[in-house]
Design a protein around this ligand. Structure first.
Ligand SMILES: [Zn+2]
Ligand SMILES: [Zn+2]
Length: 340
């Protein structure tokens, strides 16, 4: 059986499956791309052919426009298998954002799973992560340090609602990423009993409509209007964007990075909420173990601590050092993405 490193290779464009002739989440324009999810650091415009879930393709179209989303777009449902150049491939939920998928590949008797970005904490806006048994597990390590242990999301939503109750005359302006974080926060607020309208910046509204079109209920959402009563309202906007209609705005930031004091300070937020769409340290390690893989390859993030921890459990580690990933959850970068 050929070892997976003979047929799956990190190239400057990204991870390349040689017998299949495709890249996974390439950072440059390629002929054939398999895309794990629609975040801008994974789904780049202009590939000749794109294979992804139906939801990811819809989000890519909404974000980039039909033409830039790619030449030939092919949808693959979760669990549906296809053969490409002798490689059996299928997609499985990654629990990261709507449509996010792990890419499972089998070639000549070995199986590799590329996780893409993922989390294990339940998220009402996307299908839950499903561990797949494999020989090599390719993981991200955005929060691959033992200090990263995310609090329960309900805890953070409760902090936001407590602040709204405490300052009923102020508009709470929550800076959050347009794809994933925004919709998850709305869904969490609905679960916590907030049934008032949630006002959205246009970039966030476009993504939220795709969610609603794919059966994810978000309740009463819409753009801000002059006539709306904004004292005590919750407005979601890209981090750092101006919301001129807001009344005595109270700035909130929602990101996994808010766990880091300097980042929380730099965000300028009065109320930093720790809300991450990436696995924390415990989830990363549990997931590696769940796959039963004898080898773990780390695409990006804090790879050294994770590889060290896996090594102590007898799992061989390898840092792929792929470039161009991992910043969509960083609020300072997210703001630039919206402008681009
Ligand atoms: Zn992502
Ligand atoms: Zn990412």
């Amino acid at each position: 059986m050929p070892h997976p490193d003979t047929w799956l290779k990190p190239l400057p464009q990204g991870l390349y499956c040689e017998p299949g002739g495709f890249f996974i989440d390439p950072s440059r324009v390629v002929d054939r791309a398999v895309i794990t999810h629609a975040h801008s650091d994974h789904a780049r415009p202009g590939h000749k052919a794109v294979l992804a879930t139906r939801e990811t393709l819809a989000l890519m179209r909404a974000r980039m426009g039909e033409k830039r989303a790619g030449g030939h777009l092919q949808a693959l449902a979760y669990g549906e298998t296809i053969g490409i150049g002798g490689v059996k491939l299928w997609l499985q939920p990654a629990g990261h954002v709507l449509g996010s998928a792990q890419v499972a590949m089998e070639y000549r008797g070995t199986r590799v799973v590329v996780s893409g970005d993922y989390k294990r904490t339940p998220d009402p806006t996307c299908a839950p992560f499903q561990p797949i048994a494999c020989d090599v597990f390719v993981t991200e390590a955005t929060f691959g340090l033992p200090i990263f242990l995310h609090p329960p999301p309900e805890h953070e939503t409760a902090r936001l609602l407590a602040s709204v109750a405490l300052f009923p005359d102020r508009t709470h302006v929550v800076g959050c990423y347009s794809l994933g974080k925004c919709q998850r926060l709305i869904a969490l607020l609905r679960r916590a009993g907030w049934d008032a309208p949630v006002y959205l910046h246009p970039a966030l509204l476009a993504m939220s409509l795709v969610y609603q079109n794919h059966g994810i209920p978000l309740g009463d959402i819409g753009p801000l209007r002059m006539t709306d009563r904004l004292a005590g309202a919750i407005v979601l906007a890209p981090p750092g964007s101006a919301v001129p209609l807001a009344k005595n705005p109270l700035i909130v930031a929602a990101s996994g990075w808010m766990r880091v004091r300097q980042r929380a300070k730099a965000s300028g937020a009065e109320l930093p909420l720790i809300l991450s769409d990436h696995a924390d340290w415990a989830e990363l390690n549990r997931t590696i173990d769940d796959t039963g893989a004898s080898e773990v390859w780390v695409t990006h993030g804090w790879e050294a601590p994770l590889i060290h921890a896996a090594g102590q459990r007898g799992i061989k580690g390898r840092a792929l050092r792929l470039i161009g990933y991992g910043e969509e959850d960083d609020p300072s970068v997210a703001a630039q993405e919206i402008v681009a």
